[in-house]
Design a protein around this ligand. Structure first.
Ligand code: ATP
Ligand code: MG
Length: 418
């Protein structure tokens, strides 16, 4: 018997309150999913999901009676989110999936614990912890956690056909929690189902890929995704480019203390080509901020080792430091790999490291003259204003940002007369 009653997260007063509230009067509620899995693996516990014999309206009713906020976040699937001290707990009624079409499920409440476990995707995600802290394993999940085996519950092919997103979840959980090779049956079924991934909504695919790319080391998962043809299906841009840059990037992250960044990992496996990255951003419906980050990366020029600090600052000003930093990190990661057996690469990596530090410390100066100044100098509103402002900016950049407002106003006067 495995018991988690003494774990810190399980002792949390808010969770205790919820468990007491939802386990009285014949109701039974258990923690399920990621919290149980992570706790058993000795990893930090994030969001806490609960499964309950209560119907959604009974969950809301009990919460309301105690003044706890209840939000119907997924009511058609039986999910109510209870909020205590700003933290949300997803409470989902035991259910069976009665009709599935690869994307959505019709659900029926009043299921048994076994049925609720069986409708989940992976054995390591279907473990429960009861109010007494006892782990309930109805699918052989404990053994798979022991061996870090990511395995579908039941027949892999059938489980994937119910919801094709499970192909990506299989690789995502392998990236975070798997060891060795992925489960052979799951891998084969994923490869067979790959063509169906295009039926999924872009938002679900990108959300899943982002989580996969956030793993401490997604290298092996990406390798198997590529090998099974799944990666090409969701990221055709990686086809010719390949994923060879990933191990070097992971090594650099770990050696230099860079936090895992899903977008930087993405940049490492796609061509540095603005037009193709726009297509990718639109296809997967990236957020504006994410699309902008990719675009800035694509446009950032690769520096020569011989670049002067002055010229480099100009690039930082023109192309923005974020895109430059992404580009430098990837260049540095790749130089570090070669530096092991190549003197030149060693020198390059030292220079790139210095440039990276410089980029990180760069504060973008603000041009000390505006369009209104140009108008005040007597230029009529129109394209000429931008033209003159552009010339002034060029001169200011060339001066290493040293020209003062007075200098620029003097230049403006001359330009206005010509
Ligand atoms: P995370 O740490 O990312 O939150 P999690 O395991 O809690 O991981 P969630 O996406 O929060 O994952 O889902 C909670 C649980 O719901 C999962 O553990 C799994 O049992 C079940 N689940 C979620 N999505 C699916 C799916 N597409 N198919 C089957 N079961 C699913
Ligand atoms: Mg969760």
């Amino acid at each position: 018997m495995t018991n988690l009653a003494d774990r810190d997260w399980f002792q949390d007063p808010a969770l205790k309150t919820l468990m007491a509230l939802l386990n009285s009067g014949g109701a039974e509620t258990r923690v399920v999913g990621g919290a149980v899995r992570n706790s058993l693996m000795g990893l930090p516990v994030g969001d806490i999901d609960l499964a309950t014999t209560l119907l959604p309206e009974e969950v809301s009713g009990r919460a309301a009676a105690k003044g706890i906020k209840a939000v119907p976040t997924g009511i058609e699937h039986g999910t109510v989110t209870l909020v205590i001290d700003g933290k949300g707990y997803e409470v989902t009624t035991l259910r069976r999936d009665v009709e599935t079409n690869g994307r959505h499920a019709q659900v029926a409440f009043g299921a048994t614990w076994q049925e609720d476990a069986d409708r989940r995707d992976l054995t390591m995600n279907a473990l429960y912890v009861g109010v007494d802290g006892e782990v309930v394993d109805l699918v052989g999940g404990l053994a798979d956690i022991e061996t870090k085996t990511v395995r579908f519950i039941g027949n892999a092919e059938q489980r994937i056909a119910e919801d094709y997103l499970r192909v990506l979840r299989f690789f995502r959980f392998f990236a975070h929690y798997g060891s060795g090779r992925p489960d052979a049956e799951g891998l084969k079924a994923s490869a067979r189902a790959r063509a169906q991934l295009k039926t999924l909504s872009a938002e679900r695919v990108w959300a899943e890929m982002k989580k996969l790319l956030s793993a401490r080391d997604p290298g092996r998962a990406l390798l198997w995704m590529r090998q099974s043809g799944v990666l090409t299906e969701v990221l055709p841009e990686t086809e010719k480019w390949g994923i060879d840059a990933i191990p070097g990037l992971i090594a650099a992250e770990q050696a230099l203390g860079w936090a895992p960044d899903p977008l930087l990992r993405l940049c490492a496996i796609v061509p540095k080509d603005a037009a193709r990255l726009v297509t990718l951003s639109e296809r997967l419906r990236l957020s504006n901020a994410e699309a902008l980050a990719l675009d800035r990366f694509a446009r950032a020029p690769k520096p020569q080792e011989t670049v002067t600090d002055v010229a480099f600052d100009r690039d930082l000003y023109r192309f923005g430091k974020d895109g430059m930093i992404s580009m430098l990190k990837l260049e540095l990661a790749s130089a570090r790999v070669n530096a092991e057996h190549d003197q030149k690469a060693m020198a390059r990596s030292a220079r790139l490291f210095a440039l990276l530090k410089r980029a990180e410390g760069f504060v973008r100066p603000v041009l000390p003259i505006k369009g209104s100044d140009v108008l005040a100098a007597g230029i009529v509103a129109g394209p000429k204003v931008g033209e003159i402002l552009g010339k002034l900016e060029e001169g200011w950049i060339a001066s290493q940002f040293n020209l003062t407002r007075e200098d620029l106003l003097a230049r403006l006067e001359t330009l206005a007369k010509s």
